[in-house]
Design a protein around this ligand. Structure first.
Ligand code: ZN
Length: 408
């Protein structure tokens, strides 16, 4: 695998609202990741945002200042040689960010945990994000103390100590804490050096491959000749194994098929079987799709299904190797015990919003016990046995993350 062409690390960003997650991501990738913030206002979609960067190191210099994601060395303007490609993962909004972190935990390798020096530590959301970090065991982390330029050295030192006390006893107790001034670009290079030297995850390449669909597109121009249409393109996050060009693949739960005429339209789901015709990282062709970053997989799927993210939430595997699609399910319920939520027991008939992989699902509770919930799903879902499912409840007219679950 070419480590400059496919991401070596998927790095999630966590931190309280306005603590500088987006500007840090921008300083590293030179891109904004909150492009989809508009769609989030309309509906609650659990959606992973990806922005890639290639970390480079100067040929002549050493130390943190020799690391950059720009074109040249900042220090000596010398040639910066690509070292590794990384993917920064983000999701807009506090509740969706946490739900996405849980639902997508199998594609998160490391965390940047951003804590602003302008507010006492911990703020409420910072506390909740540490809870998620502990829950998911995300030990590979860098704590970023942001906005230190605004408060000055003395306050920054006191705040640094607050962070240390706050992290005590957590899984990231011994993670480095780096003060940064994102706007001036100060210490962003230190973070790049740390990321470049991070322990790289061991990828399971031998198992049956599994991919989450994060995006899907129709790449044809509106006026394209129908005899020359390209098939749908899938933007996927490979969880394990490898996919190759020519592989016959299956998408589950697949697509809805209307059955029965008359007044009551019913639909059933049918899995989609297709062939991989090409693999790329967006700009370069890849030999195979393996875990790390977002991989573009061209297929022969009808582009009408793929357009406008129509296939997001599907699992992809080799034909016949995926779990069965479910229309009802029973999951365990682990409460997060959030202090800012007054939670009543789950009741029958209640709708729950679920995040599993990249799928956002609605389930209607048919039976609620102390630690398990049975529900009927509005649309079928294909979920891995080991996956953590984020569970959101409608409380006070808002969807709030109250717990997580797993299939038995
Ligand atoms: Zn240099």
């Amino acid at each position: 695998m070419d480590v400059t062409k496919q991401s070596v690390l998927n790095i999630g960003t966590l931190g309280h609202i306005d603590h500088g997650k987006t500007s840090l991501t921008r300083a590293i990738t030179h891109m904004w990741t909150d492009k989809h913030s508009e769609s989030i206002k309309r509906n609650m979609t659990i959606k992973l945002g990806y922005a890639d960067a290639i970390i480079k190191k100067c040929k002549n210099c050493d130390g943190p200042e020799s690391y950059t994601t720009g074109d040249k060395c900042v220090n000596c303007s010398g040639e910066a040689v690509p070292q590794l490609r990384i993917s920064m993962l983000d999701a807009p909004g506090h509740e969706t960010l946490m739900a996405t972190a849980i639902a997508g935990s199998s594609v998160i390798d490391a965390i940047l945990f951003v804590i602003s020096a302008t507010e006492p530590c911990p703020m409420q959301q910072t506390k909740e994000h540490l809870m998620i970090i502990n829950l998911l065991g995300l030990k590979n982390a860098i704590v970023v103390q942001s906005k230190v330029d605004i408060v000055g050295p003395e306050k920054a030192r006191q705040h640094y100590q607050q962070i240390k006390d706050f992290l005590k006893g957590s899984v990231i107790e011994h993670s480095p804490i780096v003060p940064v001034m994102t706007n001036q670009g100060i210490n962003v290079d230190v973070i790049l050096e740390m990321i470049a030297n991070m322990k790289r995850p061991e990828r399971d390449l031998g198992s049956e491959p599994l991919m989450y669909i994060v995006r899907s597109f129709d790449v044809n121009k509106p006026s394209s000749d129908v005899t020359r249409l390209s098939g749908g393109v899938l933007g996927g996050a490979v969880v394990r194994g490898r996919f190759k060009k020519g592989d016959e693949i299956e998408l589950r739960p697949g697509m809805a098929i209307q059955t029965g005429g008359g007044k009551v339209k019913k639909s059933t789901y049918k899995s989609i079987v297709t062939v991989i015709t090409d693999i790329s990282n967006g700009t370069d062709k890849l030999e195979e799709a393996t875990p790390g970053g977002l991989v573009g997989v061209s297929t022969e799927v009808d582009p009408a299904f793929a357009k406008a993210d129509g296939l997001v939430g599907n699992l992809v595997g080799h034909v016949g190797k995926l779990p069965e699609s479910l229309s009802t399910m029973t999951i365990s319920y682990h409460k997060l015990n959030r202090t800012d939520i007054q939670e009543q027991p789950i009741r029958e008939g209640e709708p729950l919003l679920l995040g599993a992989g990249t799928a956002t699902l609605i389930g209607y509770v048919t039976k609620a016990r102390k630690d398990t919930v049975e529900m009927e799903l509005k649309h079928p879902a294909c979920i891995e046995k080991s996956a953590k499912i984020a569970i959101m409840r409608n409380i006070g007219q808002r969807w709030r993350l109250t717990g997580y679950g797993t299939l038995p």
